[in-house]
Design a protein around this ligand. Structure first.
Ligand code: C5P
Length: 349
């Protein structure tokens, strides 16, 4: 996770700790089966994106934690994972440090409920920042702190350990077993993200896969094979152009796609519209509803974003949801390369 404005322990309490929680993209997502704890075993190759939120954390003036949110609607404050992360970290520390109340400001650039992991990424960043503000490393030591971080992270959500680790990874178990991958060789691939203006409930997408036979992948086992294959190639040193060549296979390597099409009526139509407009394979990230398209560079993705905006404007691309879809050109990055969103930079805190 990128640490901006790192401060020495002495002045840590005076300046806010700032983190840039990145979005993620599932390049593959194989659902291997249902577990006895209600979750599903997965195999997924996941990458961080340059697109990021901005979180600033400092000791609060008041007696309790507070959070103010700007940008994309982040839902009710009570359910926000940032506050849950502070509370969980405080509980886990059991008084080992003076875990003073915290004031957080979150600028949401990542669409919410979108399959891009924004909430989980915010939670990982909040956990990391809180422990930093409280000086937990000095009190606990590196090993104990690492154990505590891992334990708190998995309690906050299946994706949180991935974000805490940072960087591309193969996820297994319920998504909490994180096997880091090396950086891609060659340039940074561009990514076009198109997110309809409505959320897809992750539990509902998983339960639809379990219960609705028409949600089942047409070729069971092929996603797992594609995911294993990509992971193996990546570990051996994958080049960006080789990843792009595999776009077609990857775009159909998400076992939740059929269920997402049922939960989000109109998603299939949007996907077809994007394929027609762009002439490229279109994939689904996580449980959706964000659709992705890979490019050789971010500027190519930006040109595609313009074409999609025009298509939405003239009605040749139709997206479900109350408003227009979010259309973002970004890039696959290595750990710590997420970018300060321009709006947050202007804020300058
Ligand atoms: O762990 P997290 O809170 O992000 O998961 C949200 C929901 O998604 C879970 O309650 C579960 O219904 C579903 N899920 C699952 N298997 C996973 C991850 C999530 O069934 N591996």
């Amino acid at each position: 996770m990128l640490r901006v404005a790192d401060s020495s322990p002495a002045d840590r309490r005076l300046s806010p700790v700032i983190r840039l929680p990145p979005a993620k993209l599932n390049l593959t997502l194989a659902v291997l089966g249902r577990r006895s704890d209600g979750y599903h075993d997965l195999h997924s190759v996941v990458v961080p994106l340059a697109l990021a939120d901005r979180l600033s954390v400092a000791p609060a003036h008041g007696p309790q934690d507070s959070l103010s949110v700007s940008g994309h609607d982040a839902g009710s404050l009570a359910s926000n994972l940032v506050l849950r992360a502070f509370a969980a970290a405080r509980t886990a520390l059991r008084g080992a440090v003076n875990s003073v109340p915290l004031a957080a400001r979150l600028d949401k650039q990542i669409p919410v409920g979108a399959g891009l992991g924004g909430g989980s990424s915010d939670a990982a960043a909040a956990l990391d920042a809180a422990l930093d503000v409280w000086g937990a490393e000095a009190a606990l030591g590196t090993d104990e702190l690492a154990t505590l971080r891992g334990r708190v992270a998995i309690g906050l959500g299946s994706d949180v350990p991935f974000f805490l680790a940072g960087g591309a990874a193969v996820l297994s178990g319920r998504g909490d077993i994180v096997d880091p991958l090396p950086a891609l060789r060659g340039g940074r691939p561009g990514v076009l993200l198109v997110t309809p203006d409505l959320g897809a409930s992750t539990p509902l997408v998983f339960s639809t896969l379990d219960e609705d036979p028409s949600a089942a992948p047409s070729d069971p086992g092929s996603t797992r094979a594609a995911s294993n294959h990509l992971a193996g190639e990546w570990r051996a040193g994958l080049q960006t152009h080789a990843l792009l060549v595999r776009s077609g296979v990857l775009a159909s390597a998400n076992d939740l796609a059929g269920a997402a099409d049922i939960v989000v009526p109109g998603l299939r139509t949007l996907r077809r519209g994007l394929v027609r407009c762009l002439g490229r394979p279109v994939g689904l990230s996580g449980s959706g509803p964000t659709l992705w398209v890979l490019y050789a560079s971010e500027s190519e993705a930006a040109a595609a974003a313009e074409a999609v905006r025009n298509g939405v404007g003239d009605g040749t691309i139709v997206a479900p949801g109350a408003g227009r879809p979010s259309i973002v050109a970004t890039a696959i990055v290595a750990a710590g390369e997420a970018r300060v969103p321009p709006s947050a930079e202007e804020e300058g805190s």
